[in-house]
Design a protein around this ligand. Structure first.
Ligand code: AMP
Length: 419
């Protein structure tokens, strides 16, 4: 167990005995209380202030699993915003639990690199609810696909520092995102990166706990999740950060597999196949016997990234470490020597700006094999939406159809199952 993780996770003998006031090493916040307060306690204190009629819809810019996203303008201030319509049509009595979670995270987590929820507004029908976000002209997935050459290394460092700051902030507050990928990183004209889409985010515990299996869009999914574990940790987000760093550096996804078996094969071919020696417990993973890993013992990161410094390779290796217990944390990654050696990270203010794909008909295209790359990412996105739909269904099955009845989520049975 890594020392950073050992500090926040009790030893195995203590598993399941939930320490009454386990404290987070960075924030000192009590885990149980933070989780219950944030996810369940009290009424949902939503700032429902305006009517959607106060906003002029400009165009549809995206579709997530949980709703359609429009570019819109606040008629009173002229400010551009992103309006996300929550999908409620399948809920009989209220808001799906996944949306409640997303809102909870958005309300309690405020950081310059997390997309800001400005307010919640309602439409003419009882069930139409919109989230109003600050508007960001780019998503990194479409942007990277449209570039004729990848970002300069100083720009990659700037983007990674912003991403890692957002992830460290979430992890300090006991939130794992569970869907980090390029298309969930928004980018502004002033060079700021903003993490969005908390549809799969949830609060985690500092002891071993079971969560929904099969989360995270396939290309960015950690090996322990591919191997079927339900007892993962926030380290799954760090694997995704490794995939994102590699993709920003070379302008191509690192592991563009179409199936779970293909993903494990690609990982093993690049990093060397994992075994019990480097990852104790591997053989006992639920799906370990389903996949046969190629007998490939070498790590080829150096050959794959020939221009990258030793510390760049070191950071990639620490993020793409098979054993989640040994994988680097977001705080440690921020302190890594890669960010203090030349080329130094560019300041956000000096990042290049690009025409917004949201304003172009048909979206970002150009670049190297743009059409093919758009289609490939679109397929991956569709797969990601499938992951979320399955998750939403599972949560509905666990907690009942809806959370519309304010008293429902106070029932002890629901509370117990939700912890
Ligand atoms: P989501 O449901 O949050 O995954 O959003 C789906 C898509 O809508 C994203 O991939 C973005 O392209 C777009 N989008 C979401 N939020 C914003 C925002 N605040 N500003 C601009 N575009 C956004």
């Amino acid at each position: 167990m890594s020392s950073a993780r050992a500090a926040s996770h009790p030893q195995p003998a203590a598993h399941r005995q939930q320490p009454p006031a386990a404290q987070h090493p960075a924030t000192g916040e009590a885990a149980v209380q933070a989780t219950q307060r944030a996810e369940l306690d009290g009424e949902l204190d939503l700032p429902v202030l305006d009517a959607v009629a106060d906003y002029e819809k400009i165009k549809r810019i995206g579709e997530g699993t949980f709703g359609i996203v429009y570019k819109a303008r606040d008629k009173r201030s002229g400010e551009l915003v992103a309006l996300k319509k929550l999908r409620m049509e399948r809920e009989r009595d209220g808001m799906p639990v996944t949306s409640v979670r997303e809102l909870r995270v958005l309300q309690t987590c405020k950081h310059p690199n997390l997309v800001e929820l400005k307010r919640v507004v309602t439409g003419p029908k009882l069930d139409s609810v919109f989230l109003v976000f600050e508007y960001c002209p780019h998503d990194m997935g479409k942007l990277v696909d449209s570039l004729s050459k990848p970002f300069h290394e100083s720009e990659v460092k700037c983007l990674m520092q912003q991403l890692l700051s957002a992830v460290a902030y979430l992890h300090d507050r006991w939130v794992m995102h569970r869907d980090l990928k390029l298309s969930n990183l928004l980018f502004t004209h002033s060079g700021e990166l903003k993490l969005c889409d908390y549809g799969l985010a949830r609060y985690f515990q500092p002891w071993e706990e079971s969560y929904t299996p099969g989360v995270v869009t396939l290309w960015y999914r950690a090996p322990e999740v591919l191997l079927g574990t339900e007892q993962y940790t926030e380290a799954i987000d760090m694997w995704s950060c490794g995939c994102i760093l590699a993709e920003l550096l070379r302008g191509e996804p690192l592991f563009p597999g179409r199936t779970e078996a293909a993903m494990l094969e690609l990982m093993s071919r690049l990093l060397g196949a994992p075994n019990e020696r480097i990852w104790p417990g591997l053989a006992a993973m639920p799906h370990a016997s389903r996949f046969s890993l190629p007998p490939q013992p070498y790590n080829y990161l150096r050959q794959e990234f020939p221009g990258l410094s030793d510390s760049g390779i070191d950071l990639l290796n620490r993020l793409l470490t098979f054993d989640p217990e040994k994988r680097i944390t977001a705080r440690a990654a921020l302190r890594h020597a890669y960010f203090t050696e030349r080329p130094l990270p560019r300041l956000p203010h000096y990042m290049p700006s690009f025409p917004s794909a949201h304003d172009a008909d048909g979206g970002g295209g150009g670049g190297r094999g743009g059409q093919h790359r758009n289609e490939r990412r679109e397929m991956e996105e569709a797969h990601g939406r499938g992951v979320k739909r399955r998750y939403q269904q599972e949560e509905r099955d666990r907690f009942g159809e809806a959370f519309g009845d304010a008293r429902a989520h106070r029932r002890p049975e629901v509370l117990r199952r939700m912890d």
